[in-house]
Design a protein around this ligand. Sequence first.
Ligand code: S3P
Length: 428
Amino acid sequence: MLPGDKSISHRALMLGALAEGTSRIRAAGDGRDVRSTAAIVRSLGVVVERHSEDGRTVDYLVRSPGVDGLREPDAILDCGNSGTTLRLLAGLLSALPMTAILDGDASLRGRPVARIIEPLRRMGAVLHARRRDSLPPMTVVGRRPLRSVEVRTVVPSAQVKSALLLAALGADGETTITEPLATRDHTERMLRARGVAVRSQRAGGDEVTVALTGGIPVRPVEERVPGDVSAAAFWLVAAAIHPDAELTLHGVGVNPTRRAAIDLLRRMGARIDEMPVGSTATGSDAGEPTADLTVRSSALRGIDIGTSEVAAAIDEVPVLCLAAAAADGTTRIRGAGELRHKESDRIAGISAGLAALGARIEVDGDDLTIRGPGRLTGAATDSLDDHRLAMTFAVAGLVADGETAVSRPRSASVSYPGFFSDLERIRA
Ligand code: S3P
């Protein structure tokens, strides 16, 4: 069963912390990343109860004194492996009159933070980080109100946009953020569902501007988190490249700003049927469209994937590379440089792992070329302790001849704790 969407689960916990009263989050993601966020929200003086009735789905109850009742944490905030926790909380904390230190594991300490420090400083918060303010740990000295600003970002990043929206809630006027490309809009949808107006409009070309006026209280809500499309992508690829497979995935989030991997796989020839499903009896689906997806063995062909598509499918590129290795013809992926700044250098990791399995994959700067179809042969692969690489190589092992070994497979539990048991079920 798919985990609840990780991006939405983080946001639901953080927005629950800002909303006075009781928020209920059903079917949340239960990976280590979301747990990192839950623990930090607790350390701000919020009651966060985690319930699991069936041992698989997890519900959270969040009881918050509201934004003015949050307390300064008395220890360093451990974001673990989670960039979303680190960056979004930096925005949230920037608008609170307190000092906090955000840190994480070795991978997180290598992830760029200048992209949030610079605009949050312009809003009036004081932030510092290691290596001339470029890498965590990071100190945030917040203040309320912040100044409202106009920000134009260079890298399309939902984390940066969301950090700024969370900060903008505590600003003295309208903050506008213009991005070069539309990124996932969960924060905007979730804020609207909580009574905060967020304007969003195309700015010209692919640019999108979002605007929010500070000072509006965030209301507590009850909602159900859709299934994580980034987790679903592993099974879409697994079934599509397998010679004899049919799989149905229920309740997958298919938000237009998040579903690029589904559409790219279809362009490659994947047979994926989509049945929209509405909101369920247990609460609304966080303002997000969901669908049941059925995928069957498919004859895939290579395609060209451009920079804007890379941004839209940023977390799914590794598993799309596996699909490309099994596809007839050449797949070119251009402008994938951001992949070097994820939980690992995913360009290096995916190319080394797929090459070990016998795929023909070339890297030229930030571009990847994959020539298929190659018969994959089982081999030792290195996940670099990165959940998305570990799961990609495990899926490759389903179709490779012989035995495939994946190093540090436990990294999968960062986003998908039940991944290996689901893999076993699917194999059976
Ligand atoms: C996320 C945004 C993406 C993505 C990450 C989750 C989010 O990062 O890679 O896994 O929840 O906003 P960027 O927006 O920095 O590319």
